[in-house]
Write a protein that binds this ligand. Sequence first.
Ligand SMILES: CC(C)(COP(=O)(O)OP(=O)(O)OC[C@H]1O[C@@H](n2cnc3c(N)ncnc32)[C@H](O)[C@@H]1OP(=O)(O)O)[C@@H](O)C(=O)NCCC(=O)NCCS
Length: 175
Amino acid sequence: MVTLRKIDRRDAELLSRLSIDTFVQAYEGVHSKEDLNSYCRANYSIASTETLLASRDVEAVLAIENTEPAGFYVAKHHPCPVELFGLSTELKQIYVLSSHFGGGIGGELFSHVVDAGKERGSKWLWLCVSDINYRAQAFYKKLGFSVIGRGPKLFVGNDILSSSIMALDIETLSA
Ligand SMILES: CC(C)(COP(=O)(O)OP(=O)(O)OC[C@H]1O[C@@H](n2cnc3c(N)ncnc32)[C@H](O)[C@@H]1OP(=O)(O)O)[C@@H](O)C(=O)NCCC(=O)NCCS
């Protein structure tokens, strides 16, 4: 059974570890080991995770299956770079351990972040996804997101990726 729990800066070490494990699992075979390590060092250190979790606008939720972490999301309540009418929440990360892909955890995390956005008064959930992350794009399209514009260039070590911004109107989603 999966349980979800909110985490805070005291869980920085756990989230740092899980961010690295899920990122490497998702992109090994796409980027070199050196590029993956470089990205993780730059983005998922315990110190930077603690800073992220300390932000008032950030919410993070862990999925636990049989007492073990199995996935998580990190969301930030702030405006989208593509202008949207109404408040918005960014889904910064949603990751599930590959051993649990297809097991429903991503869907549960998604429902939770929709509720978290609505509680903060957001009309929109938006995110940035790399243009070569076909699995994630398919997942987001299935959930109802549409591409609304070009995103920033993403740097994974020496690899430079284009990205897209996707958004979903959560105000009109039924519970
Ligand atoms: C994307 C991800 C979070 C999905 O999590 P998951 O636990 O495998 O997804 P679920 O099993 O909960 O599926 C939820 C729904 O999405 C659908 N779905 C899941 N993966 C899908 C995919 N790749 N393409 C299309 N639909 C998909 C499922 O069929 C399910 O639909 P249903 O409720 O109608 O049956 C997971 O694959 C992952 O962590 N990927 C690697 C990390 C990543 O790319 N994150 C996004 C970075 S931008």
